[in-house]
Design a binder for this molecule. Sequence first.
Ligand code: BES
Ligand code: ZN
Ligand code: ZN
Length: 503
Amino acid sequence: MTALTLSTAGAATLRADALVVGVAKSGKALVVAPGAEAVDQAFDGKLAAVLETLGASGAEGEATKLPAPAGLKAPVVLAVGLGSAPEDGQGYDAEALRRAAGTAARTLTGAKKAAFALPIAGAEDAEAIAEGALLGAYAYTAYQDSKNGDARKPLAEVALLGAKPRDKAHKAAAERAQALTEEIKRARDLINMPPNDLTPAAFAAVAQAAGKEHGLKVQVLDEKALAKGGYGGILGVGVGSENPPRLVRIAYTHPEAEKTLALVGKGITYDSGGISLKPAGHNETMKCDMSGAAAVFAAVVAAARIGVPVNVTGWLALAENMPSGSATRPGDVLRMYSGKTVEVLNTDAEGRLVLADALTRASEEHPDAIVDVATLTGAMVLALGNRTFGIMANDDDYRTAIHEIAEEVGEQSWPMPLPADLRKGMDSPTADIANMGERMGGGLVAGLFLQEFVGEGITWAHLDIAGPAFHEGAPYGYTPKGGTGSAVRTLVKLAERTADGEV
Ligand code: BES
Ligand code: ZN
Ligand code: ZN
């Protein structure tokens, strides 16, 4: 894991492989952002001019490497774009800092140590830069032993200049960033792990090991226990696979907690679609269908490591959706954990089935709120694109609060409705409800289905992360190819706000 140090050393004197500075657009001109004054001095005050000559504009995503002049201990200066310079008296946007730091860390893959001389006006800026740099320093190389040369190793050490190790707020920010990003990277690793190795049982074993390490209570229901308990949704999805399903409960409790937040994650370790098989072209990335469970797992462990004074209970609904002679057929009726019956019209709408059981089970403990996270529908990707998750809820204020928290931590999201008129599309002639309804608004239909399994009077929100969970394009900012760890930052901040009594 990438180390993080806070350093009061001057930019000119610290030994590192590279010095990272920020540049921004100010009208048509390029300006060097605060924090890099000593670096600019080493260039005789001409750093901006040199960079402009090299074609830099200060745009977000831009990274320009140049050899360091005499007078700096680092051999290379890396200038990263921050976008538009803020108006007088205002600071840089936290997400611009996060992304620029991530771009820098990715550009410095293979390096040992980089000193970040980006603008830090307060602890929040230090935290954003640390988060971006640590999240950018990521590579999934577990299955590439032969290619694992130093050149592909993530940046090994991030030194934050201008962050003060003796300042309590700065130190806390660094510790939070380190714990949070390590858990986000744990989620990414799980998402990227091939589905022949990350089976439901393997995922449950990872949760058990993490529970031991961090003092969390972990309980696992295997297929026998699920059958005994009547978990018809989870079993119905998992029954076609050689790798049987699991329901994991992972609980973090704090002695001073006044509230309990329950998090429920969709954990389909592979979604082939089942008997309603997905066509070629739609299943290559379906190992990512456990991203919700990975986010929930990471958020619970991160909350524990940060010591948030709230109880957080994670529920991981783990199953593999496969076609076989024993698989659930379109037309089958499942009796769910809640007692409701569901006619399975499409076995590819499996996420809502495993989540339904987990939502009912989570409700039994009467938490103050339940938030589920799932790569639930292709419809949500059509609606919001690849970088934005949808938020639905049975409480408008709660939905707004989560949307604002997501914005604050730099995750793109958008509030979506749960229109009651879409419910009748799921009426079944045979069972209480069908697992599919109208095609139009499919993401909202899925949300309405889930709502039926949330206990009376419990505040609930549903995050459909099908778009942002897995990134197929070129890396940008701190976002790598593959698993992103979407929603973890939002969930951890939500736990903190729940502890503060603010939501
Ligand atoms: N796992 C998929 C949704 C998905 C799509 C996730 C794209 C990530 C990227 C889900 O289980 C699914 O297949 N949903 C169906 C539901 C339909 C059959 C009602 C869908 O969205 O097409
Ligand atoms: Zn599916
Ligand atoms: Zn799925």
